[in-house]
Design a protein around this ligand. Structure first.
Ligand code: F0G
Length: 460
């Protein structure tokens, strides 16, 4: 039991092995940024001091996860490690078929390879970029139907990840024949790490099922979502997180999953579902692209580490610390007057770059400008989630994204409070000269997922 009377957000672990951080100078970082074409994905991580690019695969594994790795059985077929993994998944998500993949996007590729295609439309609260890209790759349309509050950075709605059920109903009434399934992303990463309520999940489930459509969860941050439900949803405050998760699972017919998030893996994912025929079809593709269905692109040792991580990520002391430590950063930035998306997300704080840098127009990428400035000023690597990521459409046209955000994603159990205090100081310095930051233009970009490889130059 933790003592909630204390103010300090204490990490519910102590450090067991350490890795060094490399200190760099501002001059060196400016050179590194220039040489990387101002694309932070192109920077070598030893030139980064605090890496908040992503919470994906960057968490610290526990003592017990490293111990579980020793139990890994590397048999090609029928490894006991698969069954340990499958049972740990089904403890929370009791779906019939559990198909391991090397990470989340591999599960998406396989699922939408089966369900997508030209003329189809897949609604979600908000698709993550790889999900969107995998849907669009099949010729289908990926449609975001988050509630209006989800687009308003200052709205304090407790479940800004909820889907607009009226729009879902209208879509199914108008184009139902072309909708193969409904998706829900929990938490809603591209919309600010915002949770979805159990009530909304149940309503979406009812609507989808009334039209005979399966509901799939993109469930990467299910533990964080469940904690928000426990804290914010009426009647949920006394419940055990695993029970809340089982209720979330019961709304859906399957899930795609990146185990690099809440399950504390450095690699891994899965596709789980109830439909026997669809599972059969997916397993056949899995064998072509990932591996045999009892390992699916992972080593037996990875499966063991994930099974243990699944137990740790639903622990109440861990989740309380996780959500409060993200809010700690958000509260401090708020005090500095840094415009942030509210309320704080589960895994990340999102700075509203459009509000901070009104002198930079959206297609000159205010989010990119802020992300580069944070790196150059203090070696803090963040991620633009705005018009660089979402501004270009499959037909080659461009329009501003709904929001221009910069995400400070917090790796799980990796940084201490003093690291975060340093990040706050870097933000303070950058804010003080926000009016001087230049906009950017793209010099070179690939046709899809341009944020990973595009190169930029500064205006002025
Ligand atoms: N869905 C969501 C909601 C995600 O956040 C991610 C990854 C994926 C699917 C794909 O999973 O990376 O294992 O293939 N998000 C990372 C991020 C990359 O930084 O937010 P993956």
């Amino acid at each position: 039991m933790s003592d909630e009377a204390f103010r300090t957000v204490i990490e519910p672990f102590r450090i067991h092995s350490v890795e060094p951080l490399r200190m760099t100078t501002a001059e060196h970082r400016r050179q590194v940024a220039r040489e990387a074409g101002y694309n932070l994905f192109q920077i070598r991580s030893e030139n980064v001091l605090i890496d908040l690019l992503t919470d994906s695969g960057t968490g610290a594994m526990s003592r017990d996860q490293w111990a579980a790795i020793q139990h890994g059985d590397e048999s090609y077929a029928g490894s006991p490690s698969y069954f340990v993994f499958r049972d740990a998944v089904r403890e929370l998500f009791p779906y019939e078929h559990v198909i391991p993949t090397h990470q989340g996007r591999a599960a998406e590729k396989i699922l939408f390879g089966a369900l997508g295609g030209v003329g189809k439309v897949v609604p979600s609260n908000t698709h993550f970029d790889t999900t969107r890209a995998n849907i669009e790759f099949t010729g289908a349309e990926a449609l975001d139907l988050v509630i209006a509050e989800g687009h308003d950075p200052s709205s304090l709605h407790p479940f800004k990840g909820n889907m607009d059920t009226a729009r879902l109903k209208a879509l199914l009434a108008e184009r139902g024949d072309n909708v193969p399934c409904v998706m829900m992303t929990i938490t809603n990463n591209s919309g600010g790490g915002q949770p979805v309520s159990l009530e909304n999940l149940r309503a979406v489930s009812e609507i989808a099922h009334a039209h005979g459509k399966p509901l799939f969860l993109d469930a990467c941050r299910f533990g964080e979502n469940a904690w928000f439900i426990r804290e914010r949803e009426e009647g949920q405050g006394e419940r055990d997180v695993p029970d809340i998760i089982r209720d979330m699972a019961a709304c859906a017919d399957g899930m795609t999953m990146s185990a690099k998030k809440d399950p504390m893996g450095n690699i891994g994912g899965w596709l789980a579902l109830n439909d026997d025929d669809l599972a059969q079809q997916c397993r056949s593709v899995l064998i072509l692209t990932e591996g045999f269905p009892t390992y699916g692109g992972l080593a037996g040792r990875d499966l063991e580490a994930l099974a243990q991580g699944l137990k740790e990520c639903v622990d109440h002391d861990y989740l309380r610390y996780r959500i409060r430590s993200t809010a700690y950063l958000a509260d401090a930035l708020d005090k500095l007057g840094m415009p942030c998306l509210k309320p704080a997300g589960g895994h990340a704080v999102y700075i509203d770059a459009r509000a901070l840098l009104p002198h930079i127009e959206p297609l000159h990428f205010p989010g990119q400008a802020l992300a580069v400035a944070l790196y150059e000023a203090g070696g803090v690597r963040s991620c633009e989630i705005g018009s660089v990521m979402f501004g270009r459409h499959p037909d080659g046209s461009e329009s501003p994204a709904a929001m221009e955000l910069v995400r400070l994603a917090i790796p799980r159990r990796t940084y201490t409070q003093s690291h975060i205090d340093y990040v706050i100081e870097v933000c303070e310095r950058v804010k003080a000269r926000a009016g001087d930051l230049p906009g950017y233009r793209i010099v070179d970009e690939p046709p899809a997922l341009r944020h990973f490889t595009a190169t930029f130059e500064q205006f002025g």
